[in-house]
Design a protein around this ligand. Structure first.
Ligand code: ADP
Ligand code: ADP
Ligand code: ZN
Length: 217
């Protein structure tokens, strides 16, 4: 399956992507994670991307599309893939169409996880990430057993610098302006499935499975 996870920041894309790829055995490709890894390694691309992430703006399409082009051309993507956080602009969506054509692949579905703005702000400002394995937590909704430490690997948890309330608000504006139009773009192609992201995590996962014609329990 060739899948795209759409939805505003905080809708639960990363959380659901982690669960989905364990069921579907396909690579999880998150442009946000690729940028954060490049920034922490101090690569040239990371240096270029950093100011955009810090300000809650989108990294320019030329850079982002180039990254996805390299990644989708790798052998593991022949079995399918789950894109999380890409595309985020119409130009990226059109570039993805061209790329998939070159690779002789087609999108199976675009899964749109929906949630209202008030909830997104609470989700993002309470988000904590594992510094070692990337697991996603929430202070209220998905708290770790031991405060400050990852249940999976014991790594220490941190708050993403772009999860401050000010940057979150900017990201939600950017989403509305640049990413929301993709819902219509994929709807028009008959590829869109909508899922209520305000439900508990396991229920969202079930709904995503249903949209993909899979029966999970
Ligand atoms: P995104 O990748 O769309 O920005 P995340 O998956 O990182 O979203 O989730 C944002 C925050 O909300 C995280 O702290 C996560 O633990 C929490 N979260 C995700 N899904 C749910 C849910 N269904 N119910 C409650 N909290 C959730
Ligand atoms: P979230 O899970 O909260 O939606 P991400 O981890 O997906 O956040 O993205 C974090 C940041 O990385 C974005 O605010 C943006 O600066 C950059 N980014 C991620 N994906 C893209 C993309 N497809 N195009 C441009 N910038 C991106
Ligand atoms: Zn961990």
């Amino acid at each position: 399956m060739q899948l795209v996870l759409l939805g505003p920041p905080g809708a639960g894309k990363g959380t659901q992507a982690d669960a989905l790829v364990k069921k579907l055995f396909i690579p999880h490709i998150s442009t946000g994670e690729i940028f954060r890894a490049a920034i922490s390694m101090g690569t040239a691309m990371g240096k270029e991307a950093k100011s955009y992430l810090d300000e809650g703006k989108l990294v320019p399409d030329e850079i982002t599309v180039g990254i996805i082009k390299d990644r989708l051309s790798q052998a593991d993507c022949r079995a399918g893939f789950l894109l999380d956080g890409f595309p985020r602009t119409l130009q990226q969506a059109k570039a993805l169409d061209v790329l998939l054509k070159e690779l002789e692949l087609q999108l199976t579905k675009t899964l749109n996880i929906e949630a209202p703005p008030d909830l997104l702000i609470v989700r993002l400002t309470g988000r904590r990430m594992c510094s070692k394995c990337g697991a996603i937590y929430h202070l209220l909704y998905n708290a770790p057993q031991n405060e400050g430490f990852c249940d999976v690997c014991g790594g220490s948890l941190y708050q993403r610098s772009d999860d401050s309330e000010e940057t979150v608000r900017r990201r939600l504006d950017v989403y509305k302006e640049q990413t929301e139009p993709l819902i219509e773009y994929y709807f028009a192609q008959g590829l869109l499935a909508r899922v209520n992201g305000a439900l508990p995590m396991n229920e969202v996962l079930l709904a995503l499975g249903q949209a993909l014609g899979q029966k999970w329990n």
